[in-house]
Design a protein around this ligand. Structure first.
Ligand SMILES: [Zn+2]
Length: 261
């Protein structure tokens, strides 16, 4: 309770600061979906971004000097995901680490009884009760070219949502048994379809990396849900509907309303 009181007081102080206009310019430039939000949603998102930027521990890695643009871009996309969700899904996430580009981590594999030491190339990672790690070059590329269904930030933060119940299995915490049953039914069928499409080399809207396992499938589907919602709704209506009911957002409707107006 005391912690919550301190947190509320700290947040009131953060939100008492005016939102920097140059931050709005970063969001305008790097977060395409921001333009489709209603004025009320935009105002709520800006508040969330201000708190997220202030409360997380930000670290530049590999010699990267962090800028406000980097923090605001990550915060804006992460907070857009949770705009309709109850509570504070990212409250346990303490740190965001950003590398200038892709990075390598040491890796040990076992091959025919021998330990083989090598390196594994990464664009991003998401750890349970640990940091989210991102490549800025990849984020910039996604920001410059929205509409291809790829977005590193949504991918890694989807893993954070998935992990909220400790299990990284492609199913975030859901409120009712009925929701869990429906989620399992739709996600399993869509995941199997992607696996079949990937095995046959068929072109897919969803990145075939999602065929790796259920956790990657949820992360890849989340990328499409926010980046190409109209296409996802058209090509995978059941998947769209289940994600829309989970995120409590309808990004496709926002885009269509905007285009129709
Ligand atoms: Zn992943």
């Amino acid at each position: 309770m005391i912690f919550s009181w301190f947190r509320q007081r700290r947040r009131r102080k953060i939100l008492a600061q005016p939102f920097p206009p140059e931050w709005v310019a970063c969001i305008d430039k790097n977060v395409a979906h921001y333009h489709y939000l209603s004025a009320e949603e935009q105002a709520r998102l800006l508040d969330e971004i201000q708190v997220f930027v202030a409360e997380k521990n930000w670290e530049g890695c590999g010699g990267l000097v962090l800028t406000d643009e980097m923090k605001v871009t990550v915060a804006a996309q992460a907070c857009l995901m949770t705009l309709g969700l109850e509570g504070e899904p990212f409250r346990h996430l303490l740190s965001v680490l950003i590398y200038p580009a892709g990075y390598a981590v040491p890796e040990e594999r076992w091959h025919q009884g021998w330990s083989v030491k090598g390196e594994s190339a990464r664009l991003g990672e998401s750890w349970y009760r640990g940091p989210v790690i991102l490549s800025w070059a990849e984020i910039e590329d996604d920001s410059k070219h929205p509409g291809y269904g790829n977005n590193l930030i949504w991918h890694e933060f989807a893993h954070q949502l998935d992990m909220l119940d400790r299990a990284t299995n492609g199913t975030p915490p859901l409120a009712t048994r009925q929701e869990r049953r429906r989620w399992h039914e739709v996600m399993t069928s869509e995941f199997q379809q992607l696996r079949r499409d990937a095995a046959h080399g068929r072109a897919t809207l969803l990145d075939t990396y999602g065929a790796e396992n259920e956790a990657e499938f949820f992360a890849v589907a989340t990328e499409c849900f926010f980046d190409v919602p109209v296409d996802l709704k058209e090509q995978h209506p059941r998947l769209y509907e289940i994600l829309s009911s989970y995120f409590r957002q309808d990004p496709a409707a926002r885009i269509l309303a905007h285009e129709g107006s």
